[in-house]
Design a binder for this molecule. Structure first.
Ligand code: C2E
Ligand code: MG
Ligand code: MG
Ligand code: MG
Length: 299
């Protein structure tokens, strides 16, 4: 039990210097606590998905969303993925948790389609650990079949770390995933092992520009050059490109002028609970008309 583990660890730390090694710091205490609580979180229904809109820069309309997991823990409150996804990966718990994410995201998207809202794509993050698990294709297929979601409305986000080792099984698995009809994207593009060889050989549909490049786009000439080049690279490879972490009108304007296809970021909306996301759909919220109507031309 989490509390017992916490209590024991604390007690050892306080009363017995032999056990209080520098390694037994606050961080490892939190880790112990998170790990044991994580084991029960699925069956206790403690995970929730939030959805962040992805907006088309030509029409200004919401065209998709990224499903982002949160852990609603009775004592810790709403725990962000940065605090538990790493632990879930190390313990392998990410495999059943990831299957839950896939199924829940598909079911939610189908429910919104059935309710008559505009047809959207939902993107789900896949960790390297899930990619290596033997039942990936099966859980992907059953999520689609059981919910009835059109595979074209599902996008799987991969990271470049997947391609750093053992490339051969990865290519085959990606093709089998593509054969189901889903879209594949590369998340945080440019921060990992950005290799032209995987870009040309793998059946990828979308590049997501990491928000670390977007942050200073209007002030840092190097970041601006990198982003401009990623957009051109994507388009030359016939891939779509989404900018992550767009927070200001200036960043948005820069990206739109350079032909970036979609944006995702706080400027439009933070990730939202399902009810709040549905509220946006009901309002048919879009980007301000003056932003999308300007003619796309380089300054
Ligand atoms: P990611 O996939 O790159 O997701 C984007 C992250 O950027 C999200 O953080 C989102 O809230 C944040 N973000 C979006 N727009 C902005 C912005 O304008 N400004 C800033 N500062 N941040 C913005 P979040 O939700 O905390 O997720 C963090 C990471 O956790 C994700 O990064 C992803 O790597 C991982 N993650 C989230 N959900 C899942 C999941 O279901 N499975 C797996 N394996 N990983 C997940
Ligand atoms: Mg992502
Ligand atoms: Mg990302
Ligand atoms: Mg990230």
């Amino acid at each position: 039990h989490a509390d017992i583990a916490m209590y024991r660890a604390k007690k050892l730390g306080r009363n017995n210097f032999q056990f209080y090694t520098p390694a037994m710091n606050e961080e490892s205490l939190e880790r112990v606590r998170i790990e044991s609580a994580l084991r029960n979180a699925l069956e206790r229904n403690e995970f929730v998905l939030h959805y962040q809109p992805q907006v088309d820069l030509k029409s200004g309309q919401i065209v998709g969303m990224e499903a982002l997991i949160r852990w609603n823990h009775p004592e810790l409150g709403m725990v962000p993925p940065g605090r538990f996804v790493g632990v879930a990966e190390e313990t392998g718990l990410i495999v059943p948790i990831g299957a839950w994410v896939m199924r829940t995201a598909c079911a939610q998207n189908k429910a919104w389609q059935d309710a008559g809202y505009q047809r959207l794509r939902v993107a789900v993050n896949l960790s390297a650990r899930q990619f290596g698990a033997p039942d990936l294709l099966q859980s992907l297929e059953s999520a689609l079949n059981d919910t009835g979601l059109d595979p074209a409305c599902l996008e799987i986000e991969l990271t470049e770390s997947l391609f750093m080792s053992d490339v051969t099984p990865a290519v085959e698995l990606l093709h089998r995933m593509k054969a189901l009809g889903v879209n594949l994207s590369i998340d945080d593009f440019g921060t990992g092992y950005s290799s032209f060889s995987y870009l040309s050989r793998f059946p990828i549909d979308v590049l997501k520009i990491d928000r670390s490049f977007v942050a200073d786009i209007t002030h840092d000439a190097n970041d601006a050059a990198i982003v401009t080049s990623i957009i051109a690279l994507a388009h030359n490879l016939k891939l779509a490109v989404i900018a992550e972490g767009v927070e200001t009108a200036e960043q948005l304007d820069y990206l739109r002028r350079r032909g970036c296809d979609e944006m995702q970021g706080y400027y439009f909306s933070k990730p939202l609970a399902a009810d709040d996301f549905e509220q946006l759909l009901r309002q048919r919220r879009a980007l301000p008309a003056q932003i999308v109507e300007q003619e796309a031309s380089l300054p």
